[in-house]
Write a protein that binds this ligand. Sequence first.
Ligand code: UDP
Length: 341
Amino acid sequence: MNPSILVTGGAGFIGSHTVVALAAAGYQPIIVDDFSNSEASVLAGIEKILGYQVPCYAEDCNQYQLLRKIFREHQIVGVIHFAAYKAVGESMQEPLAYYQNNLGSLITLMDAMLAEGVPNLIFSSSCTVYGNPDHPPVTEETPIKPAASVYGNTKQIGEEIIRDVCAAKPLKAISLRYFNPVGAHPSAEIGELPRGIPNNLVPFITQTAAGLRSELTIFGGDYPTPDGSCIRDYIHVMDLAEAHVSALQFADHQPSTQYYNTFNLGSGNGHSVLELVHLFEKTCKTPLPYRIGPRREGDVVAVWADVQKSSAMLKWNTKRSLEQALEDAWRWQLKLSGNQT
Ligand code: UDP
């Protein structure tokens, strides 16, 4: 029997790609997702890729008894915890909702895991924990900066809670600090599904190129970077998804029943917003109307990952180029636009 892994938020962007990566690696993923920020159609996309239906509980994962029941019924051996609110701006308006949802569900989840003896936890963290780093690239030893948003704070506190629990209880956990996931599954059956106006750069680029938006605004052209725009580390979402499988296997193979570690997940390369725009135009052979606008409040100037630790310990490396990620994102957008007309 394939080992079963619970994926909370498994219908979301990174979650759905991780479900596919888990299945490809011989695991049986089980999804719990309340669809508050995801679409039921994602399940059909996953089914098309895998050729079978992945079990899904359409429920809020912050339910202790439900989680215990799922752990028992499916003999869950590990949890990948994606379910969380993730809008930085909204988190400043609704701090309690963010602390309640992001930290409440994490505490409930770990409580239920300990009660049922589920040994492995992978937690979605973020490079926002590094804030505006003094000297990119950042390693896992780079000092954590005070969080610039409530959302970022839920990730920092989440990491601390997990670390403390692993020091006291039989739990093996890994926090994965994501840089900027982009792209889609190459089949174009699943991808990013932003609601309303996209906050993130790549969905905004593809929607603009598809004619759904008139132009991209580049947030700031006067930063102290070579071309004046911000620098980020963009990673193909399938590379990121596969890292979860590596992390799960790594945690599972730890001989001690108590273990905690953090890993950066990025490509290891920094690209400016302007570079990304021009790379998209070249790779996808589609013009992209854009203008340089004012800076966006709270943006980090430049950050990219040092991935030596992930590479050495998780035996994981990215396999896909940024060009491939942009092509996959574009293919996904074209499919979505086709569906909309
Ligand atoms: N960005 C931009 N225009 C947009 C959206 C994003 O110029 O419409 C820039 C943003 O300022 C940042 C980069 O693109 O430098 C990545 O932003 P995103 O919101 O995708 O991710 P973040 O790094 O903020 O989590």
